[in-house]
Design a protein around this ligand. Sequence first.
Ligand code: 7PJ
Length: 355
Amino acid sequence: MASVKLYVRPVGLLYGATASAAVADGLALPLAGGPIAFAAAELIEGVPGNTRMRLFAAPALVSSGDADLAALIARITAKRPPFAGIGLDRPALMGIVNVTPDSFSDGGLFDTKEAAIVHAAELATAGAGIIDVGGESTRPGSDAVDEAEELDRVVPVIEGLAGLPAVISVDTRKASVAREAAKQGAKILNDVSALTHDAKSLGAAAETGLSVVLMHAQGEPKTMQDDPRYDDVVLEVFDYLETRIGAAVKAGIGRERIAADPGLGFGKTLAHNLSLLAHTSLFHGLGVPLLIGASRKRFIRGVAGGEEPRSREPGSQAAAIVAAAQGAQILRVHDVASSRQALAVWRATVFGLEN
Ligand code: 7PJ
């Protein structure tokens, strides 16, 4: 039998001057050491599918005397060091650059490469601190891409991004692609399989010094949307990410080099995706920066229509703000300029214009 576990979901979130005053007065705790605080928390005890929840004032959890709870609160409240050189005091934008033949309407390989480089430069200018370059479509229903093909797509583009004022991330499930990307200057390995797809990936990340994004997915892209099931999607995804963080640390990847992502859309129904997004703050219990990728995903269509991915931008912005408002540190987006505007309005409202 699985042992009973504790989870804490920070709620009653406070911002800016209110947050600092509440923390100073012992009425709230800081979320990930940042400018958001939480005045209350749901304490969830049990195993996925069989839990009970009690609501507490956040400071009451500090003095419980329970060692597991104290460690969890410490992970939730600790300040996060920069990730791959990116400061996390405000949400960072990761701009998406797909180098898949279908992503750039009618070009051959050369056009695709040039278009990807131009696009990446535009995203960096628009405010992306990170550029995520991917050569394997992992959208629902997509087929796997072979290694030589993926290397051919991704490596020349990353090479062409040298000198760009942004950190380069490679979106790949393959150790060889990660290694080549690192040689060309990439600093982040964004792996939708959380370094499980390729047995060599943990070692490659450890040796190259790449920072890693560990993402949860249920199943393989080809079939993951067929009938995804969970007893409790939020707690199961949390447990999985915690296990993968443990494996990464054990392989020699320092904690400060790890970020976690619940993987919206990867083996999840509409209800699963909404539940994960609504419970983003619980994932701070992993003790690492959180990355959320909601941009243009199908679940947005499930809520509010939008047949074409591009038409899901307004819903994408709303999702990004929901994540940022719960302290998510990195947002993976297609439209960096729009995301930046949406975030700027949210930030100016809750933290003040000068922040
Ligand atoms: C994600 C990703 C995501 C991370 C893709 C798409 C599908 N990497 N790669 N998180 N999604 N870390 O963009 O719709 O959500 S590819």
